[in-house]
Design a binder for this molecule. Structure first.
Ligand code: PLP
Length: 468
Protein backbone atom coordinates (compact mmCIF):
# COMPACT_ATOMS: atom_id res chain seq x y z
CA UNK A 1 0.00 0.00 0.00
CA UNK A 2 1.59 3.30 -0.99
CA UNK A 3 2.00 5.81 1.79
CA UNK A 4 -0.70 8.48 1.96
CA UNK A 5 0.60 11.98 1.51
CA UNK A 6 -0.96 15.42 1.66
CA UNK A 7 -0.08 17.91 -0.97
CA UNK A 8 -1.01 21.41 -1.87
CA UNK A 9 -0.63 23.41 -5.01
CA UNK A 10 2.98 24.49 -4.80
CA UNK A 11 3.47 25.76 -8.31
CA UNK A 12 6.36 28.11 -7.66
CA UNK A 13 10.02 27.31 -8.23
CA UNK A 14 11.37 29.88 -5.79
CA UNK A 15 10.11 28.01 -2.78
CA UNK A 16 7.36 30.49 -1.90
CA UNK A 17 4.22 28.41 -1.43
CA UNK A 18 1.11 29.75 -3.12
CA UNK A 19 -1.95 30.17 -0.93
CA UNK A 20 -4.59 27.49 -1.16
CA UNK A 21 -8.25 27.68 -0.23
CA UNK A 22 -8.87 24.01 -1.05
CA UNK A 23 -7.69 20.65 0.15
CA UNK A 24 -5.05 19.69 1.08
CA UNK A 25 -5.78 16.73 -1.09
CA UNK A 26 -4.60 13.39 0.16
CA UNK A 27 -3.30 10.86 -2.28
CA UNK A 28 -2.58 7.18 -1.86
CA UNK A 29 -1.85 6.73 -5.53
CA UNK A 30 1.86 7.21 -6.25
CA UNK A 31 0.87 8.99 -9.44
CA UNK A 32 -1.70 11.17 -7.68
CA UNK A 33 0.55 14.13 -7.11
CA UNK A 34 1.89 14.00 -10.66
CA UNK A 35 -1.66 13.74 -12.04
CA UNK A 36 -2.61 16.79 -10.00
CA UNK A 37 0.33 18.81 -11.29
CA UNK A 38 -0.43 17.74 -14.85
CA UNK A 39 -4.06 18.84 -14.50
CA UNK A 40 -2.96 22.26 -13.20
CA UNK A 41 -0.59 22.67 -16.12
CA UNK A 42 -3.29 21.69 -18.55
CA UNK A 43 -6.04 23.93 -17.22
CA UNK A 44 -6.36 26.62 -14.54
CA UNK A 45 -9.50 25.07 -12.97
CA UNK A 46 -10.25 21.54 -11.78
CA UNK A 47 -13.24 19.61 -10.50
CA UNK A 48 -12.12 17.31 -7.71
CA UNK A 49 -14.65 14.52 -7.16
CA UNK A 50 -14.60 12.47 -3.97
CA UNK A 51 -15.69 8.91 -4.74
CA UNK A 52 -15.79 8.01 -1.05
CA UNK A 53 -18.36 10.77 -0.48
CA UNK A 54 -20.41 9.42 -3.37
CA UNK A 55 -20.22 5.85 -2.08
CA UNK A 56 -21.21 7.01 1.40
CA UNK A 57 -24.11 9.05 0.03
CA UNK A 58 -25.38 5.93 -1.75
CA UNK A 59 -24.87 3.81 1.37
CA UNK A 60 -26.97 6.31 3.25
CA UNK A 61 -29.72 6.22 0.60
CA UNK A 62 -29.73 2.42 0.77
CA UNK A 63 -30.13 2.72 4.56
CA UNK A 64 -32.95 5.23 4.12
CA UNK A 65 -34.95 2.65 2.12
CA UNK A 66 -34.34 -0.05 4.71
CA UNK A 67 -30.83 -1.33 4.09
CA UNK A 68 -29.35 -3.80 1.63
CA UNK A 69 -31.82 -6.57 2.60
CA UNK A 70 -34.97 -4.50 2.25
CA UNK A 71 -37.43 -5.09 -0.58
CA UNK A 72 -36.63 -1.64 -1.96
CA UNK A 73 -33.65 -1.30 -4.28
CA UNK A 74 -31.90 1.96 -5.16
CA UNK A 75 -31.05 3.25 -8.62
CA UNK A 76 -28.16 5.67 -8.92
CA UNK A 77 -29.29 8.18 -11.53
CA UNK A 78 -26.18 8.95 -13.59
CA UNK A 79 -27.71 10.79 -16.52
CA UNK A 80 -25.92 13.76 -18.11
CA UNK A 81 -22.44 12.45 -17.36
CA UNK A 82 -23.49 11.77 -13.79
CA UNK A 83 -24.66 15.37 -13.33
CA UNK A 84 -21.26 16.47 -14.63
CA UNK A 85 -19.30 14.33 -12.16
CA UNK A 86 -18.17 11.76 -14.75
CA UNK A 87 -20.33 8.82 -15.85
CA UNK A 88 -18.17 5.76 -15.19
CA UNK A 89 -16.44 6.79 -11.93
CA UNK A 90 -19.76 7.92 -10.47
CA UNK A 91 -21.59 4.79 -11.58
CA UNK A 92 -18.92 2.60 -9.99
CA UNK A 93 -19.01 4.61 -6.75
CA UNK A 94 -22.80 4.22 -6.67
CA UNK A 95 -22.46 0.46 -7.08
CA UNK A 96 -19.79 0.40 -4.34
CA UNK A 97 -22.35 2.12 -2.10
CA UNK A 98 -25.00 -0.52 -2.72
CA UNK A 99 -26.97 0.70 -5.74
CA UNK A 100 -28.27 -2.24 -7.76
CA UNK A 101 -29.70 -0.14 -10.58
CA UNK A 102 -28.26 2.66 -12.70
CA UNK A 103 -30.37 5.07 -14.70
CA UNK A 104 -29.57 7.36 -17.61
CA UNK A 105 -31.91 9.51 -19.64
CA UNK A 106 -30.15 9.12 -23.00
CA UNK A 107 -29.52 5.70 -24.44
CA UNK A 108 -25.89 6.33 -25.43
CA UNK A 109 -25.01 6.69 -21.76
CA UNK A 110 -26.79 3.46 -20.87
CA UNK A 111 -24.77 1.73 -23.59
CA UNK A 112 -21.56 3.40 -22.34
CA UNK A 113 -22.12 1.82 -18.92
CA UNK A 114 -22.38 -1.65 -20.43
CA UNK A 115 -19.47 -1.05 -22.79
CA UNK A 116 -17.32 -0.02 -19.83
CA UNK A 117 -17.84 -3.52 -18.50
CA UNK A 118 -20.67 -2.90 -16.03
CA UNK A 119 -22.57 -6.02 -16.99
CA UNK A 120 -26.07 -7.30 -16.20
CA UNK A 121 -24.52 -9.44 -13.45
CA UNK A 122 -23.66 -6.19 -11.62
CA UNK A 123 -26.81 -4.13 -12.02
CA UNK A 124 -29.86 -3.30 -14.08
CA UNK A 125 -29.68 -0.23 -16.28
CA UNK A 126 -32.76 1.79 -17.28
CA UNK A 127 -32.92 4.42 -20.05
CA UNK A 128 -35.87 6.67 -20.81
CA UNK A 129 -35.26 9.45 -23.32
CA UNK A 130 -35.16 8.70 -27.02
CA UNK A 131 -36.51 9.50 -30.43
CA UNK A 132 -38.57 6.39 -31.04
CA UNK A 133 -38.04 6.62 -34.81
CA UNK A 134 -34.25 6.28 -34.62
CA UNK A 135 -33.25 4.94 -31.19
CA UNK A 136 -30.82 1.98 -31.00
CA UNK A 137 -33.41 -0.31 -29.43
CA UNK A 138 -31.72 -3.42 -30.84
CA UNK A 139 -28.42 -2.49 -29.20
CA UNK A 140 -30.16 -1.67 -25.93
CA UNK A 141 -31.90 -5.05 -25.88
CA UNK A 142 -28.68 -6.87 -26.77
CA UNK A 143 -26.91 -5.12 -23.88
CA UNK A 144 -29.61 -6.06 -21.34
CA UNK A 145 -30.72 -2.48 -20.88
CA UNK A 146 -34.24 -1.81 -19.61
CA UNK A 147 -36.23 0.61 -21.76
CA UNK A 148 -38.98 2.99 -20.70
CA UNK A 149 -42.15 2.88 -22.77
CA UNK A 150 -44.47 5.85 -22.69
CA UNK A 151 -45.87 6.18 -26.21
CA UNK A 152 -47.58 4.00 -28.80
CA UNK A 153 -44.74 4.64 -31.26
CA UNK A 154 -42.28 3.53 -28.60
CA UNK A 155 -44.19 0.29 -28.01
CA UNK A 156 -44.19 -0.56 -31.73
CA UNK A 157 -40.52 0.31 -32.24
CA UNK A 158 -39.29 -1.63 -29.22
CA UNK A 159 -41.50 -4.61 -30.08
CA UNK A 160 -40.16 -4.63 -33.65
CA UNK A 161 -36.55 -4.59 -32.42
CA UNK A 162 -37.23 -7.38 -29.91
CA UNK A 163 -38.96 -9.49 -32.54
CA UNK A 164 -36.14 -9.18 -35.05
CA UNK A 165 -33.60 -10.11 -32.36
CA UNK A 166 -35.75 -12.97 -31.14
CA UNK A 167 -35.23 -11.76 -27.63
CA UNK A 168 -37.71 -10.07 -25.25
CA UNK A 169 -37.21 -6.41 -24.40
CA UNK A 170 -37.27 -5.54 -20.69
CA UNK A 171 -39.59 -2.55 -20.42
CA UNK A 172 -40.94 -0.17 -17.78
CA UNK A 173 -44.29 1.42 -18.50
CA UNK A 174 -44.15 5.14 -17.92
CA UNK A 175 -47.37 6.74 -16.76
CA UNK A 176 -48.13 10.45 -16.53
CA UNK A 177 -49.55 10.92 -13.03
CA UNK A 178 -49.47 14.71 -13.27
CA UNK A 179 -45.95 15.69 -14.23
CA UNK A 180 -47.01 16.42 -17.79
CA UNK A 181 -43.85 15.07 -19.38
CA UNK A 182 -43.35 11.47 -20.54
CA UNK A 183 -45.78 8.65 -20.14
CA UNK A 184 -49.28 7.51 -20.94
CA UNK A 185 -52.10 9.65 -19.66
CA UNK A 186 -55.08 8.05 -17.94
CA UNK A 187 -57.14 8.63 -21.08
CA UNK A 188 -54.60 6.97 -23.37
CA UNK A 189 -53.86 4.03 -21.10
CA UNK A 190 -56.58 1.64 -22.31
CA UNK A 191 -55.20 1.84 -25.83
CA UNK A 192 -51.70 1.25 -24.49
CA UNK A 193 -52.83 -1.78 -22.49
CA UNK A 194 -54.56 -3.18 -25.55
CA UNK A 195 -51.17 -3.27 -27.32
CA UNK A 196 -49.03 -4.21 -24.32
CA UNK A 197 -51.03 -7.23 -23.21
CA UNK A 198 -50.70 -9.29 -26.44
CA UNK A 199 -47.02 -8.32 -26.81
CA UNK A 200 -46.37 -9.46 -23.25
CA UNK A 201 -48.26 -12.72 -23.84
CA UNK A 202 -46.31 -13.31 -27.02
CA UNK A 203 -43.08 -12.86 -25.03
CA UNK A 204 -41.89 -9.92 -27.11
CA UNK A 205 -42.06 -7.55 -24.16
CA UNK A 206 -41.10 -8.43 -20.61
CA UNK A 207 -43.06 -5.93 -18.53
CA UNK A 208 -40.67 -5.33 -15.66
CA UNK A 209 -41.83 -2.06 -14.23
CA UNK A 210 -44.35 0.70 -13.87
CA UNK A 211 -43.04 4.14 -13.17
CA UNK A 212 -43.72 7.85 -13.04
CA UNK A 213 -42.06 11.07 -11.92
CA UNK A 214 -43.06 13.66 -9.30
CA UNK A 215 -43.38 17.37 -10.01
CA UNK A 216 -43.06 19.01 -6.60
CA UNK A 217 -41.71 16.44 -4.16
CA UNK A 218 -38.93 18.91 -3.28
CA UNK A 219 -41.36 21.24 -1.49
CA UNK A 220 -42.48 19.21 1.56
CA UNK A 221 -43.37 22.46 3.36
CA UNK A 222 -45.81 23.81 0.78
CA UNK A 223 -49.27 22.34 1.53
CA UNK A 224 -50.59 22.77 -2.04
CA UNK A 225 -47.61 20.86 -3.37
CA UNK A 226 -47.97 18.11 -0.77
CA UNK A 227 -51.58 17.72 -1.90
CA UNK A 228 -50.61 17.54 -5.54
CA UNK A 229 -47.93 14.93 -4.76
CA UNK A 230 -50.58 12.94 -2.87
CA UNK A 231 -52.78 13.15 -5.95
CA UNK A 232 -49.92 11.90 -8.14
CA UNK A 233 -49.48 8.93 -5.78
CA UNK A 234 -53.20 8.09 -6.01
CA UNK A 235 -53.05 8.22 -9.79
CA UNK A 236 -49.95 6.03 -9.74
CA UNK A 237 -51.82 3.40 -7.76
CA UNK A 238 -54.80 3.60 -10.13
CA UNK A 239 -52.47 2.84 -13.01
CA UNK A 240 -51.08 -0.16 -11.09
CA UNK A 241 -54.59 -1.53 -10.59
CA UNK A 242 -55.35 -1.14 -14.28
CA UNK A 243 -52.19 -3.08 -15.17
CA UNK A 244 -53.08 -5.79 -12.65
CA UNK A 245 -56.61 -6.10 -14.04
CA UNK A 246 -55.20 -6.38 -17.56
CA UNK A 247 -53.00 -9.26 -16.41
CA UNK A 248 -49.67 -7.45 -16.69
CA UNK A 249 -48.98 -6.50 -13.06
CA UNK A 250 -45.66 -4.67 -12.77
CA UNK A 251 -42.92 -6.50 -10.87
CA UNK A 252 -41.30 -3.25 -9.85
CA UNK A 253 -42.91 0.13 -9.21
CA UNK A 254 -40.83 3.26 -8.87
CA UNK A 255 -41.78 6.86 -8.30
CA UNK A 256 -39.39 8.44 -5.81
CA UNK A 257 -36.62 10.85 -6.82
CA UNK A 258 -34.17 12.25 -4.24
CA UNK A 259 -36.75 14.44 -2.53
CA UNK A 260 -39.29 11.64 -2.15
CA UNK A 261 -36.62 9.09 -1.19
CA UNK A 262 -35.62 11.39 1.67
CA UNK A 263 -39.06 12.56 2.78
CA UNK A 264 -41.74 10.08 1.60
CA UNK A 265 -40.96 6.56 2.86
CA UNK A 266 -44.48 5.38 1.98
CA UNK A 267 -43.70 5.61 -1.75
CA UNK A 268 -40.36 3.85 -1.88
CA UNK A 269 -42.11 0.82 -3.45
CA UNK A 270 -39.63 -1.69 -4.94
CA UNK A 271 -37.14 0.88 -6.24
CA UNK A 272 -36.23 4.53 -5.73
CA UNK A 273 -34.35 6.76 -8.17
CA UNK A 274 -32.23 9.37 -6.41
CA UNK A 275 -29.89 11.46 -8.52
CA UNK A 276 -28.78 14.67 -6.84
CA UNK A 277 -28.41 12.99 -3.43
CA UNK A 278 -25.73 10.68 -4.83
CA UNK A 279 -23.71 13.81 -5.57
CA UNK A 280 -24.33 15.08 -2.05
CA UNK A 281 -27.11 17.62 -2.41
CA UNK A 282 -30.72 17.82 -1.35
CA UNK A 283 -33.13 18.55 -4.18
CA UNK A 284 -33.89 22.13 -3.28
CA UNK A 285 -32.20 24.51 -0.87
CA UNK A 286 -35.66 25.15 0.61
CA UNK A 287 -35.43 21.58 2.00
CA UNK A 288 -32.32 22.49 4.01
CA UNK A 289 -28.61 21.81 3.76
CA UNK A 290 -26.95 18.61 2.54
CA UNK A 291 -25.80 17.91 6.11
CA UNK A 292 -29.45 17.94 7.32
CA UNK A 293 -29.90 14.83 5.18
CA UNK A 294 -26.54 13.25 6.08
CA UNK A 295 -25.23 13.95 2.58
CA UNK A 296 -21.76 15.15 1.63
CA UNK A 297 -21.18 17.13 -1.57
CA UNK A 298 -18.82 15.10 -3.73
CA UNK A 299 -17.44 17.82 -6.00
CA UNK A 300 -15.04 20.66 -5.26
CA UNK A 301 -14.58 23.21 -8.04
CA UNK A 302 -11.29 25.05 -7.71
CA UNK A 303 -9.24 27.38 -9.89
CA UNK A 304 -5.84 29.08 -9.87
CA UNK A 305 -5.83 32.86 -9.97
CA UNK A 306 -4.52 34.63 -13.05
CA UNK A 307 -3.61 38.35 -12.95
CA UNK A 308 -3.78 39.97 -9.52
CA UNK A 309 -3.32 43.76 -9.55
CA UNK A 310 -4.06 47.03 -7.79
CA UNK A 311 -6.69 49.38 -9.24
CA UNK A 312 -8.00 52.85 -8.41
CA UNK A 313 -11.36 53.73 -6.92
CA UNK A 314 -14.05 54.05 -9.59
CA UNK A 315 -12.40 51.53 -11.92
CA UNK A 316 -14.93 49.75 -14.13
CA UNK A 317 -14.78 45.97 -13.88
CA UNK A 318 -15.59 43.83 -16.94
CA UNK A 319 -18.11 44.27 -19.77
CA UNK A 320 -20.83 46.83 -19.41
CA UNK A 321 -19.26 48.62 -16.41
CA UNK A 322 -21.86 47.04 -14.13
CA UNK A 323 -19.44 47.15 -11.22
CA UNK A 324 -17.19 50.07 -10.22
CA UNK A 325 -14.64 49.75 -7.43
CA UNK A 326 -15.67 51.93 -4.51
CA UNK A 327 -12.15 52.45 -3.16
CA UNK A 328 -8.57 51.70 -4.15
CA UNK A 329 -8.41 47.94 -4.11
CA UNK A 330 -6.93 44.88 -5.80
CA UNK A 331 -8.62 42.58 -8.26
CA UNK A 332 -7.92 38.96 -9.12
CA UNK A 333 -8.90 37.04 -12.21
CA UNK A 334 -10.46 33.61 -11.84
CA UNK A 335 -9.75 31.95 -15.19
CA UNK A 336 -13.10 30.17 -15.61
CA UNK A 337 -16.01 31.69 -17.50
CA UNK A 338 -19.34 30.93 -19.04
CA UNK A 339 -17.65 28.71 -21.64
CA UNK A 340 -16.70 26.53 -18.67
CA UNK A 341 -20.25 26.59 -17.38
CA UNK A 342 -19.92 29.44 -14.91
CA UNK A 343 -23.31 31.04 -15.29
CA UNK A 344 -23.27 34.57 -16.67
CA UNK A 345 -26.29 35.13 -14.46
CA UNK A 346 -23.92 34.76 -11.49
CA UNK A 347 -22.40 38.15 -12.40
CA UNK A 348 -22.18 40.75 -9.63
CA UNK A 349 -23.36 44.36 -9.89
CA UNK A 350 -23.14 47.38 -7.63
CA UNK A 351 -25.20 50.55 -7.16
CA UNK A 352 -22.70 52.80 -8.91
CA UNK A 353 -22.26 50.51 -11.90
CA UNK A 354 -24.29 50.83 -15.08
CA UNK A 355 -27.08 48.57 -13.77
CA UNK A 356 -27.53 50.69 -10.62
CA UNK A 357 -28.46 47.60 -8.65
CA UNK A 358 -26.68 45.73 -5.93
CA UNK A 359 -26.53 42.09 -6.86
CA UNK A 360 -24.08 39.76 -5.19
CA UNK A 361 -22.15 37.62 -7.66
CA UNK A 362 -21.16 33.98 -7.21
CA UNK A 363 -19.08 33.28 -4.07
CA UNK A 364 -15.42 32.22 -4.06
CA UNK A 365 -13.35 31.11 -1.09
CA UNK A 366 -9.96 32.82 -1.14
CA UNK A 367 -7.17 32.12 1.34
CA UNK A 368 -5.62 35.30 2.73
CA UNK A 369 -2.91 35.90 5.31
CA UNK A 370 -5.76 36.76 7.71
CA UNK A 371 -7.60 33.50 7.00
CA UNK A 372 -10.21 32.40 4.46
CA UNK A 373 -12.52 35.00 2.94
CA UNK A 374 -15.54 34.60 0.73
CA UNK A 375 -15.38 37.11 -2.12
CA UNK A 376 -17.84 37.53 -4.95
CA UNK A 377 -17.86 37.75 -8.73
CA UNK A 378 -17.50 41.44 -9.50
CA UNK A 379 -18.99 42.61 -12.78
CA UNK A 380 -19.94 40.39 -15.68
CA UNK A 381 -18.79 36.79 -15.99
CA UNK A 382 -16.85 36.63 -19.30
CA UNK A 383 -16.40 33.68 -21.64
CA UNK A 384 -13.19 32.36 -20.05
CA UNK A 385 -12.80 34.35 -16.87
CA UNK A 386 -14.36 36.46 -14.17
CA UNK A 387 -12.99 39.02 -11.76
CA UNK A 388 -13.00 39.28 -7.97
CA UNK A 389 -12.76 42.59 -6.13
CA UNK A 390 -10.54 41.62 -3.20
CA UNK A 391 -11.78 44.60 -1.13
CA UNK A 392 -8.23 45.16 0.07
CA UNK A 393 -4.69 45.14 -1.17
CA UNK A 394 -3.42 41.87 -2.49
CA UNK A 395 0.02 42.46 -0.98
CA UNK A 396 -1.46 42.96 2.51
CA UNK A 397 -3.80 40.03 2.06
CA UNK A 398 -1.10 37.73 0.73
CA UNK A 399 -3.15 36.96 -2.38
CA UNK A 400 -1.14 36.31 -5.54
CA UNK A 401 -1.34 34.89 -9.04
CA UNK A 402 -1.34 31.10 -8.87
CA UNK A 403 -3.27 30.86 -5.60
CA UNK A 404 -5.90 28.16 -5.57
CA UNK A 405 -9.42 29.40 -4.83
CA UNK A 406 -12.58 27.41 -4.26
CA UNK A 407 -15.89 28.09 -6.00
CA UNK A 408 -17.68 25.37 -4.09
CA UNK A 409 -16.65 22.43 -1.98
CA UNK A 410 -17.73 19.62 0.30
CA UNK A 411 -20.00 21.81 2.40
CA UNK A 412 -17.92 22.49 5.48
CA UNK A 413 -20.33 25.32 6.12
CA UNK A 414 -20.59 29.04 6.41
CA UNK A 415 -18.37 29.28 9.48
CA UNK A 416 -15.62 27.65 7.49
CA UNK A 417 -16.32 30.13 4.72
CA UNK A 418 -17.12 27.49 2.17
CA UNK A 419 -19.64 28.14 -0.59
CA UNK A 420 -21.74 25.32 -2.03
CA UNK A 421 -23.24 24.73 -5.46
CA UNK A 422 -26.54 25.81 -3.87
CA UNK A 423 -24.98 29.23 -3.19
CA UNK A 424 -24.00 29.52 -6.85
CA UNK A 425 -27.47 28.38 -7.84
CA UNK A 426 -28.99 31.13 -5.75
CA UNK A 427 -26.95 33.95 -7.32
CA UNK A 428 -27.53 32.50 -10.79
CA UNK A 429 -31.26 31.96 -10.15
CA UNK A 430 -31.08 28.28 -10.92
CA UNK A 431 -30.64 24.94 -9.13
CA UNK A 432 -27.52 23.00 -8.17
CA UNK A 433 -28.32 20.46 -10.90
CA UNK A 434 -27.70 23.06 -13.57
CA UNK A 435 -24.54 24.36 -11.87
CA UNK A 436 -23.05 20.83 -12.12
CA UNK A 437 -24.30 19.81 -15.54
CA UNK A 438 -23.13 23.03 -17.19
CA UNK A 439 -19.51 22.41 -16.19
CA UNK A 440 -17.74 21.69 -19.45
CA UNK A 441 -15.41 18.81 -19.94
CA UNK A 442 -12.46 21.08 -20.67
CA UNK A 443 -12.27 21.37 -16.87
CA UNK A 444 -10.29 18.31 -15.78
CA UNK A 445 -12.10 15.93 -13.43
CA UNK A 446 -9.84 14.38 -10.80
CA UNK A 447 -11.03 11.57 -8.54
CA UNK A 448 -10.16 11.11 -4.88
CA UNK A 449 -10.26 7.83 -2.94
CA UNK A 450 -10.76 5.70 -6.04
CA UNK A 451 -8.39 2.97 -4.84
CA UNK A 452 -10.12 2.87 -1.47
CA UNK A 453 -13.67 2.74 -2.85
CA UNK A 454 -13.35 0.54 -5.91
CA UNK A 455 -12.25 -3.05 -6.33
CA UNK A 456 -9.19 -3.42 -8.56
CA UNK A 457 -11.28 -4.59 -11.52
CA UNK A 458 -13.33 -1.38 -11.35
CA UNK A 459 -10.31 0.82 -10.74
CA UNK A 460 -8.95 -0.52 -14.01
CA UNK A 461 -12.00 0.94 -15.82
CA UNK A 462 -10.93 4.51 -14.96
CA UNK A 463 -8.44 6.71 -16.77
CA UNK A 464 -5.35 6.46 -14.52
CA UNK A 465 -4.45 10.09 -15.32
CA UNK A 466 -7.61 11.21 -13.48
CA UNK A 467 -6.79 9.58 -10.13
CA UNK A 468 -5.48 11.43 -7.10
C1 PLP B 1 -33.36 13.03 -13.03
C2 PLP B 1 -34.37 12.05 -12.69
C3 PLP B 1 -34.39 11.45 -11.42
C4 PLP B 1 -33.47 11.89 -10.30
O1 PLP B 1 -33.93 13.12 -9.79
P1 PLP B 1 -33.22 13.80 -8.52
O2 PLP B 1 -34.07 14.95 -8.19
O3 PLP B 1 -31.85 14.19 -8.99
O4 PLP B 1 -33.16 12.76 -7.47
C5 PLP B 1 -35.30 10.46 -11.19
N1 PLP B 1 -36.18 10.08 -12.15
C6 PLP B 1 -36.21 10.65 -13.36
C7 PLP B 1 -37.20 10.22 -14.37
C8 PLP B 1 -35.31 11.66 -13.68
O5 PLP B 1 -35.36 12.23 -14.88
Amino acid sequence: MPRASDFVNDASDNGAMTANACGPWTTTDPRGEANYEAALRRYPGQAIVDLAAMRDNMRHLVDVVGGPRSSTAVMGVVKADAYGHGLIPSALAALAGGATWLGTAQSHEALALRKAGIGPDRCHVLTWVYNGARAPFDELIEHDIDISLGSMDGIEAVAAAARSLGRPARVHIKVDTGFGRNGFTEQAFDAALARLVPLAKEGVLHIVGQWSHLAVADAPNVPAFVTSTDRQIDHFQDFTRRMERAGIAPEIRHLANTAATLTRPQIHFELTRPGIALYGYEADRAMGEPADFALTPAMTLQAQLATVKDVEAGHGISYGRTYLTDEPTSTAIVPLGYADGIHRSASGFDEVGARHTDKEGGPVRVMTRQGPRVLHVSGRVCMDQFILDLHGHAADMGVAEGDTVELFGPGRGERYGEPTADDWAKTAETISYEIFTCLRNRIPRLYRHAAEVLPASDLAKLDPATLL
